[in-house]
Design a protein around this ligand. Structure first.
Ligand SMILES: [Zn+2]
Length: 702
């Protein structure tokens, strides 16, 4: 619905890469009123209530045809034991934590790149210091050559079902060498689509064997068709958004050995390590990169260094380079030749950078838990500097990073950088590429979302190429609360193409997906989720699943503790979907197999209906019986509100196990007065397919 919104950019990035055209209009979602709090106490609640099981309860009331006759719910199916797809073993524990023998290989990178701005060619040398911590000797290495997706013979060209309009040669490898014990030899290589295999002359030893891979290469940076990485002109000069810019180690893990899925459109799965990288560009360009700038004395003026120091102590945004200074010789430390920008980033799975002479640059400090600090920075051309445009991005970045740090896990990186350029909505560690025209609440949402990816999958190293629902959905979930929290909720609630795109209640807006027999399930391989379902499934349904788990199933206290623990346990590691499921069950203390089955393994629907309230033995003073039927395969904990003849109301929360034996539950409650109404899900928090059966009202007395 919108071009490249959020990770939308992704498929979109690919879509663009392979030449699709998509509408460029942006959404103008309607704001809806916040729902009433579920916890609001009902006034004048009568005394205690008790539930009786179906077997003990009275027969169904007379009158309307029994709803039970029309149910498709089978408790033996919904509550059946669930086998998770990834096993428990010495590497991955039953409680969803890394096992006692968990291992992970490591890739440390040194990169020296230069950009020829006349030809848009990036040329570089790379050293990958690779450590094999696995228990297996490795006879070969696999390396990812993601620029090869732009070749006219790439698999990605065909996998999208569209016809690309522009190509590059991909990576041109000038030399590939292996260095071991001080000896460097030419590598025996094979290129297959976006993968490079190096067949080793002698296996790399397990449990800590090391070697260096040395590669010299160049490639043409794609134009606007690049999608996730591109260059394009702006009023004051070309902007380069540079990513997937070096051959990257494929992951060798305990789940599959080498994970060699080619790059045909879905995102990335990468090893962790330290990065030291140098980018050489013409003297008048600024380079914004992932990590910490190591040589400000060489690439910044004294005034810029002083302003940066000021920004490090400022909660308000400080301009490091103003619009007026663009093109001014005195805003650069030299006035000819090239400059080399040196960045370093530790313990990360990737780095990206942007370069342009057209950038305005501003910054403000980020205050983190335990007195730690980071720095929010934005780089954007003058055409982005409107009043509700990029002049506010640093403020959004800063707030989002502080919020996610406070709620979930502290931000570990020295800076959080946003760049306005040709890539509109794409994330890299501590670095995001957003669009030049982005503004207003859309810019807020986009900024929060893209920097939110620094938690998922940059810190928690999900396999995005297979499990898009994890990085996109988990990130969208934390964005929901940032939208509620920012400046008292001025941009909340989050309603955009990722989450409740129609602007209404998310539990209603998810229904078309749940009832669509053609829709894929969450555990579908990422590449197979078509654009039709990508946002509704991998972003929206996945995020709403966590909202339901937090707010309706576990409660915030249990969920938040377990979710934070999961993040902590898997930071800089590679959790599988099963690790997540097990972690939440174990840490929150709940067998959630029914929820995983209905929401993640299936697109099941929920329909809870109230039949009637009747007096016990015809006498309300003996209590009331309320018939509740779970009609569809999905179950959830359900709140019901019972209204009495004196106008008082009482709320009862029914656990999912209410329906563990049968579709129908007859609840016996204490009552002294006639029951006049029963409402299922009175706060409208559940994705109930049919709300026409959620309310029962007593017939008016003549
Ligand atoms: Zn995203």
């Amino acid at each position: 619905m919108n071009r490249c919104l959020m990770g939308g950019v992704l498929a979109c990035a690919l879509a663009a890469a392979i030449g699709c055209s998509q509408p460029t209009s942006r959404p103008a979602p309607a704001r809806t009123a916040a729902p009433t709090p579920a916890e609001a106490p009902a006034p004048h609640a009568p005394a205690s209530s008790a539930l009786t099981s179906s077997a003990e309860a009275a027969a169904a009331p007379r009158g309307a045809p029994p709803l039970e006759a029309r149910v498709s719910y089978d408790p033996r199916e919904t509550f059946a034991p669930l086998t998770l797809p990834q096993p428990v073993n010495a590497y991955r524990s039953a409680d969803g934590t890394p096992g006692p023998a968990y291992w992970q290989n490591r890739a440390d990178y040194t990169l020296r790149a230069s950009i020829d701005t006349a030809t848009h060619v990036l040329a570089a040398s790379e050293v990958i210091a690779y450590t094999n911590n696995s228990p297996s000797a490795l006879d070969c290495l696999w390396i990812q050559l993601d620029q090869n997706i732009y070749r006219d013979d790439s698999r990605g060209r065909f996998a999208g079902g569209r016809t690309p309009t522009a190509f590059t040669e991909g990576f041109v490898l000038e030399s590939v060498e292996i260095e071991r014990q001080g000896r460097t030899v030419r590598a025996d290589t094979l290129v297959s689509d976006t993968r490079l295999q190096i067949r080793l002359d002698g296996a790399l030893a397990p449990h800590g064997g090391k070697l260096n891979v040395r590669i010299r290469y160049h490639y043409a940076i794609p134009g606007a068709f690049g999608g996730r990485t591109a260059h394009a002109p702006s009023r004051n000069g070309e902007i380069y958004d540079v990513a997937q810019w070096y051959p990257r180690m494929a992951v060798f893990d305990d789940l599959r050995g080498w994970d060699t899925l080619p790059y045909i459109g879905s995102e990335f799965y990468l090893e962790y390590g330290d990065f030291d990288y140098y980018v050489t560009v013409p003297w008048d360009m600024l380079v914004a990169g992932s990590g910490e700038l190591e040589n400000p004395q060489q690439v910044l003026t004294a005034a810029q260094r002083a302003r940066l120091a000021q920004a490090r102590g400022s909660d308000r945004t400080v301009l490091i380079r103003t619009a007026e200074e663009i093109g001014a010789a005195e805003s650069r430390p030299v006035t000819q030749g090239t400059l080399t920008w040196h960045y370093r980033m530790r313990n990360t799975r990737d780095v990206a950078f942007s370069a342009s002479r057209a950038f305005i640059w501003d910054a403000a400090r980020i205050q983190l838990p335990e007195g730690r600090r980071s720095l929010a920075m934005s780089f954007y051309p003058v055409e982005s500097a409107g009043a509700d445009g990029w002049v506010r991005t640093t403020e959004y970045l800063r707030d989002a990073v502080q919020n996610f740090s406070r709620r979930w896990a502290p931000y570990p990186y020295p800076a959080a950088v946003a760049v306005a350029g040709p890539v509109d909505g794409m994330e890299y560690p501590a670095m995001v590429f957003d669009g030049v025209p982005d503004a207003g609440k859309f810019l807020f949402w986009l900024t929060a979302h893209e920097i939110g990816h620094s938690w998922f999958p940059m810190m928690v190293g999900f396999n995005e190429r297979r499990d898009q629902w994890m990085d996109e959905g988990f990130n969208t979930f934390i964005d929901v609360y940032e939208s509620d929290d920012f400046n008292g909720g001025v941009f909340g609630p989050k309603r955009d193409s990722e989450y409740s795109p129609g602007g209404g209640n998310p539990v209603d807006e998810i229904l078309p997906l749940l009832t669509n027999a053609a829709a894929p399930i969450m555990l579908t391989r990422a590449e197979q989720v078509t654009e039709t379902y990508r946002h509704s499934l991998d972003y929206f349904k996945s995020a709403l699943g966590l909202v339901l788990l937090r707010e309706q199933i576990l409660g915030t206290e249990r969920f938040d503790w377990a979710f934070r623990k999961f993040i902590r346990d898997w930071t800089s590691r590679h959790p599988s979907p099963s690790d997540f499921f097990r972690a939440m069950e174990s840490a929150a203390g709940e067998d959630l197999s029914w929820f995983w089955r209905e929401w993640y393994f299936n697109n099941w629907t929920l329909d809870v209906a109230v039949e009637a309230a009747t007096p016990v033995d015809g006498d309300w003073r003996k209590g009331a019986l309320i018939g509740i039927v779970n009609r569809d395969p999905m179950v959830m904990p359900v709140v019901i509100e019972v209204g009495f003849a004196d106008g008082s109301r009482r709320r009862i929360t029914l656990p999912a196990e209410t329906w563990i034996k049968a579709a129908r539950a007859d609840l016996k409650i204490d009552a002294t007065l006639p029951v006049t109404s029963v409402t299922v899900d009175p706060d409208h928090r559940l994705p109930d397919r049919d709300r026409s059966n959620n309310v029962w009202k007593a017939a008016p007395t003549p």
